[in-house]
Design a protein around this ligand. Structure first.
Ligand code: HEC
Length: 144
């Protein structure tokens, strides 16, 4: 007979694994990021998600979009990515990280980046890439 303790341990071991596989399956379909997507990520996103600025990497929300490998390691939920694109949360709302906030050049760059994103129709391109992803809904947490 299988003890309830064994069952409990087995269950506990399965939980994180199942979660990791689910994320990976959805993500693997998106990677490697096609060239037009890489271009958008590099232009509109890595400034806060992976770029080294003043000798230190900016990784807001622990998300690094600078390479496919980094995306594999740090993207918690592709559904959240789709939600943020759909709701224009990214790259519009976020402010620069605290250590960069007082740099006028970087502020200018962020403003230009947002205008570029809209002008170039990046949102539609990203959504086409994410067409099979089910978007999450609702708030996650406050900007930090
Ligand atoms: C000016 C800085 C900045 C830019 C540019 C930016 N982000 Fe973000 N990003 C943040 C901050 C700050 C958060 C955390 C706050 C939040 O979740 O609303 C975040 C969170 C996220 C999350 C949620 C991660 C998680 O843990 O669930 C995703 C996905 C994301 N960003 C994608 C993008 C994409 C895609 C782009 C480019 C189109 C982008 N971001 C551009 C600052 C930025």
């Amino acid at each position: 007979m299988i003890s309830s303790r064994t069952l409990l341990v087995t269950f506990a071991l399965c939980l994180p694994t199942a979660g990791a596989f689910a994320t990976e399956a959805a993500l693997e379909k998106l990677l490697p990021a096609p060239p037009e997507i890489r271009k958008i990520l590099d232009r509109s996103c890595v400034m806060c998600h992976g770029e080294v600025i003043d000798g230190q990497q900016e990784i807001r929300d622990d998300l690094d979009l600078s390479t496919d490998e980094a995306i594999r390691k740090t993207m918690p939920e592709v559904g959240r990515l789709k939600q943020y694109i759909l709701e224009d949360t990214m790259p519009k709302k976020p402010k620069l990280g605290r250590r960069l906030r007082n740099d006028p050049k970087l502020q200018e760059r962020l403003t230009a980046l947002k205008a570029d994103y809209e002008k170039s129709g990046d949102k539609a391109v990203l959504l086409a890439w994410l067409k099979d992803v089910v978007a999450t809904t609702g708030e996650k947490k406050k900007d930090h």
